[in-house]
Design a protein around this ligand. Structure first.
Ligand SMILES: [Zn+2]
Length: 324
């Protein structure tokens, strides 16, 4: 076991990555951070039970976790493409892409989108020994430490360690939100307020977006990109500042326009779960006309009725926020 883990610690410390002072900053030791971010995401997914067998699927959740690490450290506006490390990890001794039956390996060409990855590959396998080692939390943490220390500057290391902690706790929090009954209180203790807020936001978002299958409750739009982006956000019906309530019965998945319109009081939900549009929208020619076509349509709700928004939360919103 000792010999095996040493081999993988060395392999993680010697990833083949693009080394270029013009392209990459000191924060990532002048190297492309894609492979370390993907491996950190895989460690998180294993810890959360998102990867249970030795088969790393190019899933939305994996891509989403990659994006979370990326946006924590990389400059605003830069976007990391998870397809690159997923594909180029094939040059590492512990990673093997598994082609779909009938698909041909793209010899000499790169694969630069997750859509294409899914067309070509069923997934990827790790070395059997590595996968077994990754089941042990202490060994996962040693491999995580190598990735963070080897490929990132000292000032960004705490951010990545914290992101790993947030990912795990947000997952647990999201699970407890889904498990809680309507009356039960959910209390959380965090070592600081900022960490607590990030865990709550991420956990609430994960739970809500999943329940609504990435669909906007008000207009029904659903757009999910294979590289980890979704059109919907998680919205509180009664704001957190007012209610301190993250339960699914106080949440809605909304696209950005509906989220803004709901918070601004231009949209609301009525007693029979129907969409209500503020009369102000009808009067104001600048508001998007398609909103009017949503009037009186039933909202989209989770399959399991225990997660449906509570009507009294909508009543609060109509009274306090909706513009009549
Ligand atoms: Zn919408």
């Amino acid at each position: 076991m000792g010999v095996e883990i040493d081999g993988y610690l060395a392999a993680f410390a010697n990833l083949r990555t693009d080394h270029n002072r013009n392209r990459w900053s000191a924060a990532t030791c002048y190297r492309a951070p894609h492979k370390p971010f993907l491996l950190l995401s895989i460690l998180d997914q294993i810890a959360q039970g998102g990867i249970t067998g030795n088969f790393i699927e190019p899933s939305f959740e994996l891509a989403e976790t990659f994006v979370q690490y990326w946006s924590r450290v990389m400059p605003l506006g830069s976007s990391g493409n998870v397809a690159y490390p997923y594909f180029y990890m094939d040059s590492e001794p512990f990673w093997e892409l598994v082609l779909r039956p009938g698909a041909e390996a793209p010899v000499g060409r790169t694969v630069s989108s997750m859509k294409r990855i899914r067309e070509l590959y069923l997934g990827a396998k790790l070395d059997e020994e590595l996968f077994l080692l990754l089941q042990m939390p202490s060994l996962r943490e040693r491999l995580r430490a190598v990735l963070i220390e080897k490929y990132f500057a000292p000032e960004v290391r705490p951010l990545l360690l914290e992101q790993g902690e947030i990912n795990l706790q947000a997952y647990e929090y999201g699970k407890s939100l889904l498990a809680a009954s309507k009356s039960e209180e959910i209390t959380l203790e965090f070592k600081n307020e900022s960490l607590g807020r990030q865990v709550r936001d991420q956990g609430f978002r994960k739970a809500i977006v999943k329940l609504y299958e990435h669909r906007c409750a008000l207009c029904g739009i659903r757009m999910l990109t294979p590289d980890g982006h979704t059109v919907v956000e998680a919205a509180h019906i009664v704001p957190w500042s007012e209610s301190k309530n993250d339960k699914p019965t106080n949440g809605l998945a909304l696209c950005r326009l509906c989220h803004w319109s709901f918070d601004e009081g231009l949209m609301a939900v009525g007693k029979s779960y129907e969409v209500k549009i503020s009369p102000q929208v009808k009067r104001e020619p600048n508001f998007p006309g398609h909103m009017l076509t949503l009037s009186d349509r039933p909202i989209f709700r989770p399959q399991d009725s225990t997660y449906w928004p509570m009507l009294e939360n909508f009543a609060w919103h109509r009274k306090a926020v909706f513009r009549k």
